[in-house]
Design a protein around this ligand. Structure first.
Ligand code: ZN
Length: 230
């Protein structure tokens, strides 16, 4: 298949974990594209239930849902998201990556997403990575995404466009975006971001929960001020 000629420019594939960021991206994509696909990954994560949550959100969003098993990623390296013997870093270290970093995860996810997209004639790929709140993960940075976009196009002679709607916004603005898209409550109650596998507002103390909660509090406060002013 010549992906340049046969690609559908009305369709997008969202790399979808069922967390706050990718769920916001899913509804962002629904606003912009006629056909949206959500692709989740099983990579040996401790909280495999996140795939079931992702599936149920995709059903509610009425988008096509698929899961890829890439559990070799968990066996390749040692990190606290896939290895139950390692306790998760509760703080982002001053130097280096936190042990929640899964080396190669976004590289593999986006590469597989591109092959999947090509097979389905889709050229738009959406991912919820953010450089603003990147927490020390090098594969969430804009330079990596841009570089990979070029590489994927060269690898498959394609014209993929990787969209990163959250790249330059912080968690508060991600909540604002969810609100604009009319899904703030859905994102708040139905998604899971927590490293300890607790849905919605989460365990409250892991780094992912703290980032999510601080962003939500900041956004709700801003919204309240705005409502008072009007
Ligand atoms: Zn948590």
């Amino acid at each position: 298949m010549n992906c340049n000629e046969n690609m559908n420019h009305d369709a997008a594939l969202v790399v979808f974990s069922g967390g706050q960021d990718s769920t916001t991206c899913l509804f962002w994509a629904k606003r912009r594209f006629a056909r949206v696909y959500a692709l989740s990954f099983v990579y040996g994560q401790k909280h495999a239930a996140e795939v079931d949550m992702a599936r149920s959100i995709a059903e509610r969003a009425d988008v096509h849902f698929d899961v890829m098993d890439v559990s070799f990623i968990g066996r390749l390296g040692h990190n606290s998201l896939t290895d139950t013997s390692i306790c998760m870093d509760q703080e982002v270290p001053l130097e280096g990556c936190p042990n929640t970093f899964v080396p190669g995860r976004n590289l593999f996810f986006l590469s597989i997403a591109a092959v999947y997209a090509r097979e389905h004639g889709i050229c738009h790929i959406v991912t919820g990575v953010s450089q603003t709140d990147f927490s020390g993960y090098p594969d969430c940075r804009d330079s990596f995404i841009k570089s990979l976009n070029v590489t994927l196009n060269l690898a498959m002679d394609g014209q993929f466009v990787i969209h990163t709607p959250l790249m330059w916004i912080d968690k508060a603005r991600t909540w604002a975006l969810a609100d604009e898209l009319g899904v703030l409550d859905l994102v708040r109650n139905e998604t899971m971001t927590c490293y300890n596998g607790v849905k919605g507002d989460g365990c409250g103390y892991c780094p992912a929960c703290r980032l999510r909660r601080e962003g939500l509090e900041k956004y709700l406060q801003q919204r309240q001020w705005k409502e008072k002013k009007n």
